[in-house]
Each structure stands twice: as structure tokens, then as C-alpha cells.
Design a protein around this ligand. Structure first.
Ligand code: UTP
Length: 452
């Protein structure tokens, strides 16, 4: 077995000034060399260069994110929660239209579950977290049961496309296997794996090594969904199966109304290409992206890019002007996803500056105290301004949004379980039941997936 570095690989790394990653090649065992070569084959060094340029080479004449935000207005293509009888009629018509799509088997659901969940610190994929307030059912199960219930009510199949990453794939697939796909027909559950991006040194852009034969890699962000769906062949499969609308949700929000007919119906009736659910922000400081109108398109501005005075601005009625907090729940028309593919659209990279352990040039482990590395991620909401027609639909926060993010405090397991319990208790009360304030309540989606 030769210990020579394969020449094309060495040359490519040299051109991109990343050949330090081969420093230990001659000392590696054969399996380690294969592992490193495999990782290197999977990363696109041209793309990495472009991402580095994009985030470091920002031209001073370019508009900064904060300047851009200054030109934003509140979203206009908007459906708010129902207040009047006329609103309620509209919602009910939308619900009927969405129900029609479900009955015709034209809807699929995408769950993005590739994140590393670092803030929560749970040592498994987040979807395995036991969140049912009484049953301790994992997040995956609550979604699967909602889908089963919707499919049963519609008398049609609803395929579920679950995006994993290198960090979550094997465990997630095993977990579904161990639990017999939570009662879903396994033919309706499709896993697809998102791409990875290497982490680089913040100062130099050099690839960081986790060990002598491993790069530091991380999932390429939920925006990796677009490319991954295509690469996996599932976009074509959706087309063959007549799936025209895709409900997209995140693994951390068990209040998401999976394949909500009203949301689907508004999307259909407005001829939208991409629709987004929002909830009213609780305060100007709440760390949520907001949906706005900018350059004639719906866009999401990250909370860190919205200047504080704008975040705090209120209208005459005292409502925040930039109130529309993004829940990261979307509906996409499949034709829109196909249009993006045909146009070879690449979403931009955002950077996250993190403290990332790695080995140094002598092979010694470095555990940095300060943030030393850049990770690159794509965000799915960057597709919004690419849509010719888009729509923002408001939901009540207590009904639909409480994501599991943190170990303690807001959006901790305790907070999310309480929100679920209060939601279910509210359903029972609206049906005339008396529920004590302190009671912990859970309703299986298989019994009821909405108050009706
Ligand atoms: P977050 O942005 O909250 O990230 O993901 P996270 O990885 O879950 O948690 P932290 O930031 O490390 O604490 C929002 C949703 O997007 C998915 C997550 O699984 C979650 O459903 N996601 C995120 C991916 O599928 N891939 C990614 O690369 C990033």
C-alpha cells in the first residue's frame, strides 16, 4: 500500500492553500488515510473560497445589513389571525382549500432535523428528546402521530421527508427503526442527509483539523435543505408522486401544526410560491428574525441585523412595527423549488464565529477560550426574496410556537412542556371540561390534532 498522497488531491489542496491538512499523511494508517480522503472529496474547495470571500471581502461601498434593514417596511402580503366574522369566513375557506389539497394527496412534509442542538446539550439528535408533558413521547413521535392523524382524516398518504446530517443521521434512522417509524408506513418516511461545511480558522481561513486524519466539519445549515433534497433524488420523486406542496417544519417546535390545512389553503389561494408563518414578537429584544417587506419582496431580517431603535418602533396603536417574528414554518410550492434548481441558485453563506477545539500544527489539541473559528451555514429563509409571490400568515404563539432550544429558562424543556400542557388544557376547556390550573395535560395527536 502506497503512502504517497494522491496527486490530484495534493495539487487541488495546494492551489487552495489548504495542503497543511496532509501534513501527517505519511504517518496515517490506511483506514485513516481513506477517511481523510473521503472527507476531502466531499468538500468543495471552490465553494469554500467563495464563502470565505463572501464573508470577509465585503466591499465597503456595499450596504451593511443594518443599512439594508433601514429600508424595510412591515410585511404587506399578509393574513392576520381572525378577529372579525369576515376574517373567520376567510380562514374557514382557506382551511377547506387546504383540506382539498390533503385529500388529493398533493402535500408532503419536510422536517429539518440535522442541527447539532448545541444549546440544549442533549447527547442525541434533538428529535429524540422526550417532550410529551405526560407521556414523555419524543418530538419525532409527536410529529409522526400528527401526520398519521392528518393522513387518516384526509384519506390520503402524506409522505414525510426527514433531513438529517452527518451528526444526526445514523442515530435518527436507528431510532425510527427501533420504534417502527412510530406507526407510519415506512414507505412514507424518506430520510435525506444535508451537506457538511468545514470550519476554518477565523484569521487565516485555513481548514481546522479535529485530529490528524479528520477535518472539523459541521452541517451546512437548514438552508442546505434545497441542495440536499435535489441531490437525494427526492425532489424528482415528489414530482413523480404528484406532491405539489411542501409543508416545512423544524424538529424543535412540537406545537407546529403539521400540514395545517388553513396555512396550505392560504398559500394555494394567493398563488404564493413560498409562505411563512409568523407570531407576534413578545418584546423588541426577543431574539427572533422578523418578516418584512424589502425591495418589493418578503424577506426575513435576522434579529442581530435589526437596529435596536427599529426593533422598538411602535405604530399609533402601540403595536411593534416589526412585529412578525418568524417561526421557521413554511409552505413551498414544488414548482418554486424546481425553478430554483433550474436557475442553479446557491443560497449565501452566513458565518457563525465559535470557539472550536482543533489540533495545532504540531498535532496538539487546542481548546480555545476565545472564539477562534468560522462555521458556515445557509439559512432557508434566504429563499424568500427569490419568490415572485410570497405570503406571511400569522398564528397565535400559544397555539403554534414554542421551540425547544435551551437547557434552562426560556425555550427549555420545562417551558415547552408547560406550553404543550396549557395548549391541550385550553382545548379541553373550550370543549366544556373543567381543568385545574396546575394540571399537566396531554392529548395524543391520534385522538385530536386540533381543538375542533
Ligand atoms: P437551530 O438554528 O436552532 O440550530 O436549528 P440547532 O442545531 O437545532 O441548535 P443550536 O443552535 O446548535 O443550539 C433550527 C432547526 O434547523 C435544523 C435543526 O435541526 C432545527 O430543526 N437545522 C439546523 C438543520 O436541519 N441543519 C442545520 O445545519 C442547522
Amino acid at each position: 500500500m502506497t503512502t504517497e498522497v494522491p496527486q490530484p488531491l495534493a495539487e487541488q489542496l495546494r492551489v487552495h492553500r489548504q495542503d497543511h491538512v496532509l501534513r501527517w499523511w505519511g504517518e496515517l494508517k490506511s483506514a485513516e488515510r481513506d477517511a481523510l480522503a473521503r472527507q476531502l472529496a466531499e468538500i468543495d474547495l471552490d465553494q469554500l473560497d467563495r464563502a470565505w470571500q463572501q464573508i470577509t471581502g465585503q466591499d465597503e461601498r456595499e450596504e451593511s445589513p443594518a443599512e439594508r434593514a433601514r429600508r424595510a417596511a412591515a410585511p404587506r402580503q399578509l393574513v392576520r389571525v381572525a378577529h372579525s366574522d369576515a376574517d373567520r369566513r376567510e380562514w374557514s375557506e382557506a382551511r377547506a382549500a387546504g383540506g382539498g389539497l390533503l385529500r388529493a394527496g398533493r402535500v408532503g412534509a419536510v422536517l429539518v432535523a440535522g442541527g447539532e442542538g448545541s444549546r440544549l446539550g442533549f447527547p442525541h439528535p434533538k428529535g429524540q428528546f422526550p417532550i410529551g408533558p405526560v407521556s414523555a413521547k419524543p418530538l419525532f413521535q409527536l410529529f409522526a402521530e400528527q401526520l398519521r392523524a392528518r393522513a387518516r382524516a384526509a384519506g390520503a398518504r402524506i409522505p414525510w421527508y426527514v433531513m438529517t446530517s452527518d451528526s444526526t443521521h445514523d442515530e435518527t434512522v436507528d431510532f425510527f427503526r427501533q420504534h417502527a417509524a412510530f406507526g407510519m408506513d415506512p414507505r412514507d418516511v424518506h430520510f435525506f442527509r444535508q451537506g457538511a461545511m468545514p470550519a476554518v480558522d477565523r484569521q487565516t481561513g485555513r481548514l481546522l483539523m479535529a485530529s490528524r486524519h479528520e477535518l472539523v466539519l459541521n452541517p451546512d445549515g437548514h438552508g442546505g435543505f434545497l441542495a440536499a433534497l435535489d441531490r437525494s433524488g427526492l425532489l424528482d420523486q415528489m414530482c413523480d408522486a404528484g406532491i405539489d406542496y411542501v409543508y416545512y417544519h423544524q424538529v424543535d417546535n412540537p406545537l407546529a401544526r403539521v400540514c395545517d390545512p388553513a396555512f396550505l389553503g392560504f398559500h394555494l389561494r394567493m398563488g404564493s410560491e413560498v409562505s411563512t408563518k409568523v407570531v407576534a414578537k413578545l418584546s423588541p429584544e426577543e431574539r427572533m428574525g422578523v418578516a418584512v417587506e424589502l425591495d418589493g419582496r418578503t424577506q426575513i431580517i435576522e434579529y442581530s441585523d435589526l437596529p435596536h431603535d427599529m426593533a422598538a418602533e411602535r405604530d399609533a396603536a402601540g403595536e411593534l412595527k416589526f412585529w412578525a417574528g418568524s417561526t421557521a414554518i413554511h409552505v413551498f410550492s414544488r414548482s418554486f423549488l424546481e425553478r430554483l434548481r433550474a436557475a442553479r441558485i446557491e443560497l449565501p453563506f452566513h458565518r457563525a464565529i465559535k470557539a472550536v477545539p482543533h489540533i495545532d500544527d504540531a498535532g496538539a489539541l487546542v481548546e480555545p477560550k476565545a472564539e477562534n473559528a468560522i462555521k458556515f451555514e445557509r439559512f432557508i429563509f434566504d429563499v424568500l426574496p427569490l419568490a415572485e409571490r410570497s405570503l406571511v400568515v400569522e398564528a397565535r404563539r400559544d397555539d403554534e410556537f414554542c421551540p425547544l432550544k435551551n437547557k434552562s429558562g426560556d425555550f427549555s424543556a420545562e417551558h415547552v412542556k408547560r406550553s404543550l400542557s396549557e395548549l391541550y388544557a385550553g382545548w379541553l376547556r373550550s370543549a366544556g371540561a373543567t381543568i385545574p390550573e396546575q394540571a399537566t395535560v396531554e392529548i395524543s395527536p391520534l385522538y385530536a390534532f386540533d381543538p375542533d
